[in-house]
Design a protein around this ligand. Sequence first.
Ligand SMILES: Cc1ncc(COP(=O)(O)O)c(C=O)c1O
Length: 386
Amino acid sequence: MRQVDPLLGTCSLTELRQRKSVKWREYPPEVLPSFVAEMDFSLAEPIIAAVTAAVALGDCGYAHPGQLADAFAQFAADRLGWAPETAHVYPIPDVMTGLAEVVQAITPPGSGIVVNPPVYPPFRFRFGFYGRRLIDAPMARGADGRYALDPDAIEAALSEPDAGAYLLCSPHNPTGNVWSRADLAMVADACQRHGAALLVDEIHAPLALPGARFLPFLAIDHDLTRAETTFTFTSATKGWNIAGLKCGLAVAGAPAGTRLLAERWEALLASHLGVLASVAAFTQGLPWLDAVLGQLDQNRALLAGLLAEHLPGVRYAPPQASFLAWLDCRDLGLGDDPADVFQEKGNVALGHGPHFGAEGRGFARLNMGTSPELLEEAVRRMASVL
Ligand SMILES: Cc1ncc(COP(=O)(O)O)c(C=O)c1O
């Protein structure tokens, strides 16, 4: 049996099934859940200590930003080569809520938000709740299955008269792409030409894998990094697997953006436990994060071998970041939504490709944030449907 790093626990299925999060409660126990972006590893010890100490003390009130901005800035300096202005960093309850609030504040009702499908499904529906519409700038897909931003599609999307903002997913979910400086500059140039706000979701940044160099948008040299309508969003919730604790960070490009976040401080109150956990993650969670990165690096290679052996009809380009594998299942003859078939006939639940946009038809997203054993089991179950 291949061991996972002791820092990450054992990924025992018996223990995991005791969890009550959506991953473990959405489907009956015979279904192996490999869909939502939660990892199966044990939490980092410093996070457990911070949260249990607070609960033991009855310290469960409203959040104070405390050390969050400093803790994040230290992490960004150490790991991302970026020194964010701590005064521009604000806690938010989660990335999607922060994005929704900022979109409402900086774009007129009826505006279009440009996104790059296939893309994280809530990008596709969330802004409709607030009377904004999506404008798709689909990514280009090469013969090798790798994706790239498509400057022509972006230009066309931003040329729509109501295009108010561009929402870049960086690193990109579900393709796992890490964008280069040239990619970021191309997007920023296009937004600048068209007067569109630029919002960058960097939630997967702590999980850039060996071989990839993640670049925070605000660290590049571009006028738009200092614009009033530029914001980046991140959190410790993907990197350290604490989405349920509810804390993200918004970083404004300019003082006016900082004021906008400050005015909305109470509307965007993070969870107090989430702030404490995130500080622990950014300051004391690096050995754990390194263990995760090592495991994910192994898992993405292991998956290539498993697919070649058991599901040679599936095409997969290993991600440059995070724990999500975007699987091209179109040659399997399982229709537009292969995840339905994998779940019904194979008892393994994957993310539904079409939820990521029309470009996701025939695709499924597999979560690799687990042990090699459970990854193997997921692929075995997928193969059993054929
Ligand atoms: C790209 C991206 N943005 C946002 C989120 C959700 O973040 P939050 O729970 O902070 O809203 C996810 C979750 O998987 C994600 O992949």
